[in-house]
Design a protein around this ligand. Structure first.
Ligand SMILES: Cc1ncc(COP(=O)(O)O)c(C=O)c1O
Length: 383
């Protein structure tokens, strides 16, 4: 049976029917009063989700657009940027900063690990001349399923005086991320993840300190220029023609998020991901990230069992059960598969996924006690 696809990748994530119906409507004029009211509500709710009193800028672009906007509005050629890399998306910050002429230094750890806060602290303490202007980091590394301790890392960056730029693409709406309380200077995210809408929008908020640095930026981008975009936010407008329908859908998605409450959303993600990890172990699968302290609540990376390939697991899951899980990226391609539990995800989804994964592995000859994954999952969920 087709047309029953369940996206269990780390984005795009499933979209609620309420949101889909909203997006399906005729587009409205982006300079109309009606649309301005929608923007007013969206801009206000985004601040709530970002846990900030700063304005949240919205770009018609994927998450990388907001990453680009973070760097291009702050960095002058020759500025020193320290990039904390725990996977592909941390690496992307370094690439963007280098593209804008920054002098980039990288602290990188092997895939599956997080940045040890002490390593950053030591590096920053050595920077007695305060050459490091910006530190980039990823809260949740989607390529591995590892979460960095952003609260502690940002506290060290603040102590040093550099600006912190944090990628919250697969963390916002899935785990705690308190922009103002933790002192994050720039926080970005994308629509197709915890926000439960299709790809096409990205978001960026900046602290007062970051805005002051932006004012000194010699050649900020045109389309992504913070100042131009902020002026529009203050007028409940957008600088250019935005993805009107996505924004209408976003309004509904943000209302759903408010109805559920941010704490409850985070608790739901935590509960499902923890139960999923236990269930996977119960069917003799090895997790790529074994340390619970750094394991993501939105992405779980799994090693294939002996004698079974990642492409075969993905193929059977898709063809026989219409469930899509993600492959590993780059060096991890075919070495791990990644299960997204992000955004519009429920306990029922986890039960379905573990059941289908058991059926898949059974077909592929993996040895385990059939039903033990689902039983473990249900026991955990019902605790
Ligand atoms: C952590 C993280 N950062 C950045 C991105 C880039 O976002 P996009 O693909 O929307 O440009 C992604 C995409 O998956 C991501 O997971």
């Amino acid at each position: 049976m087709k047309d029953k696809t369940f996206l269990m990748i780390p984005g795009p994530t499933p979209v609620p029917e309420r949101v889909l119906l909203e997006i399906a409507k005729h587009p409205m004029g982006h300079r109309s009063g009606e649309f301005s009211k929608i923007l007013e509500s969206v801009y206000s709710d985004l601040k709530h989700i970002f846990q900030t009193s700063n304005d949240v800028l919205m770009y018609t672009a994927s998450g990388t657009g907001a990453m680009d906007a973070a760097i291009s509005n702050l960095v002058n050629p020759g500025d020193k940027v320290l990039s904390l890399v725990i996977g592909n998306f941390g690496q992307r910050w370094a690439k963007i900063a280098a593209a804008y002429g920054a002098d980039v230094e990288v602290i990188e750890v092997e895939a599956g690990k997080a940045i040890a806060p002490q390593v950053l602290k030591d590096r920053l303490e050595k920077d007695t001349n305060k050459e490091i202007k910006i530190v980039t980091l990823t809260q949740n590394e989607t390529s591995t399923g590892v979460t960095n301790d952003v609260k502690t890392l940002v506290s060290y960056i603040k102590e040093h005086g550099a600006l912190s730029i944090v990628d919250g693409v697969t963390s916002i709406g899935a785990m705690e991320c308190k922009m103002d309380e933790w002192g994050i200077d720039v926080l970005i995210s994308g629509s197709q993840k915890g926000f439960m809408i299709p790809p096409g929008l990205s978001f960026l908020a900046a602290s007062e300190r970051a805005w002051a640095v932006h004012k000194e930026c010699k050649r900020p981008d045109f389309y992504f220029n913070w100042s131009t975009n902020k002026k529009s936010v203050l007028e409940n407008s957008t600088a250019f023609t935005p993805a009107v329908n996505l924004i209408c859908g976003l309004k509904v998605a943000l209302e759903m998020m408010k109805e559920e409450g941010l704490d409850n959303i985070i608790a739901r993600h935590t509960k499902i991901a923890k139960a999923l990890r236990k269930a996977l172990k119960a069917i003799n699968l090895q997790l790529f990230v074994e340390d619970e302290a750094i394991a993501s609540t939105s992405i779980t990376s799994v090693l294939p069992p002996e004698g079974v390939s990642v492409p075969d697991i993905r193929k059977v899951l898709k063809n026989d059960y219409d469930i899509v899980v993600a492959n590993g990226q780059n060096k991890l391609k075919d070495k791990i598969f990644r299960m997204g539990t992000l955004g519009f995800v429920s306990e029922r989804d986890a039960i379905t996924a573990v059941g289908a994964l058991e059926a898949t592995l059974h077909k592929l000859g993996h040895k385990f006690e059939l039903g033990k994954g689902v039983a473990t999952l249900i026991t955990e969920l019902n605790k």
